[in-house]
Design a protein around this ligand. Structure first.
Ligand code: MRU
Length: 344
């Protein structure tokens, strides 16, 4: 399994996802500012992976603070955490991780706090690995032998620093001996489906067909899709889910064709502090990601372009939410209350 994020020799090593699939380049990051940039530029991306990278980044930041004065140290640490909080707004795993790191910043001396932060980052990482493995096992029960599954964006090992969520479910079903194939949407504008999902699935030996985003309805109508599984960046208390732009459209399409639509996510993606999904902040990225592909213009110079990175899928379109603590179905408010956390 590919390791998107790894703590190695007191440094953070990431597989630079912006260069895939052409190049597999591992980058060592030894100061927190580089980790913040890697998150903003989506060299590391996907909700759980962002949380894990930020936790290690905070540990790196702490270890680089030079002062011997504890109050001063804590003030600088707080500043570092604020910088991470400003990196990407939608994936709540980032804020979960920051919150946990805040709580772990305890100890008599500075050296002790630094150690505690590194240990907490390792724990956050390990817990994501365990959670994604568990939810994949549980979700695999929903996949029948012979199924063709449609997925959007990339919710695999690359996105989770673990086993994967949507792709984890697919991989686990294959490991159970089921024959499967996958349709991967290309996921404009940044092509996570085309570049990353197909790359992961080919490595796993799972047959995959790449389609452009708006081909999904065509294949659903032809009866070629048995279910849709996507990941999530944040799930509000009412089950409304933020995920990669285009997810909402796919959910409506699936619903119109009577196709089950599953969301797979660890409980670190559930945010009970928001009662409605429409309170989830949606990241707006540079219009250049829409007007250009790999730096090459695909639109007239100066044209106005919008680039919301995520959308919200109302719970009525979601057949079930697959988590490591169980598969949750409507009414979501009740089910999520038992497994989620509040941390804003
Ligand atoms: O902008 P990205 O590539 O970070 O968006 C990723 C997604 O939307 C994923 O589906 C989501 O984070 C779940 S990853 C397990």
């Amino acid at each position: 399994m590919v390791k998107a994020v790894e703590w190695f020799d007191g440094r953070l090593r990431i597989l630079d996802q912006s260069r895939l699939p052409e190049e597999q380049i591992f980058v060592n990051l030894d100061n927190y500012r580089d980790v913040v940039v890697a998150i903003k530029e989506m060299r590391v991306r996907g909700a759980p992976a962002i949380g894990v990278a930020a936790a290690y980044g905070i540990a790196l930041g702490a270890s680089g603070i030079k002062t011997a004065n504890k109050d001063d140290f804590l003030a600088q640490l707080n500043q570092i955490m604020q910088t991470f909080a400003g990196s990407r707004p939608t994936a709540v795993n980032l804020f979960q991780a920051i919150n946990r790191m805040k709580k772990a910043a305890k100890g008599d001396g500075i050296a002790e706090i630094k150690k505690s932060l590194t240990n907490e980052a390792k724990r956050i990482h390990q817990e994501e690995v365990t959670a994604t493995e568990k939810l994949s096992q549980l979700g695999a029960e929903l996949i029948q032998d012979g199924f063709t599954v449609l997925t959007h964006c990339n919710a695999g090992a690359l996105a989770t620093a673990g086993y994967g969520t949507a792709l984890g479910v697919i991989k686990a079903a294959k490991e159970q001996g089921k024959k499967l194939s996958v349709f991967a949407t290309e996921t404009r504008p940044l092509l996570q489906g085309a570049r990353l999902t197909t790359w992961e699935l080919i490595q796993e030996g799972i047959p995959v067909t790449l389609i452009t985003d708006f081909m999904a309805g065509y294949f659903m109508k032809r009866g070629e899709i048995d279910c849709v599984i996507v990941g999530a960046d944040r799930i509000a208390a009412n089950g409304y889910t933020a995920n990669k732009i285009g997810t909402y459209t796919l959910a409506i399409l699936a619903n119109a064709h009577g196709i089950p639509f599953y969301v797979a996510a660890p409980t670190t993606t559930v945010d009970l502090s928001l009662s409605s999904g429409y309170q989830i902040p949606i990241e707006e990225r540079s219009p250049e990601e829409v007007t250009h592909i790999h730096g090459i213009p695909v639109a007239p110079e100066g044209v106005r372009a919008a680039n919301p990175a995520f959308d919200i899928t109302p719970h009525g379109y979601i057949t079930a939410i697959i988590t490591e603590k169980g598969i949750i179905r409507a009414p979501y408010t009740e089910g999520l209350k038992k497994i989620g956390s509040k941390f804003s």
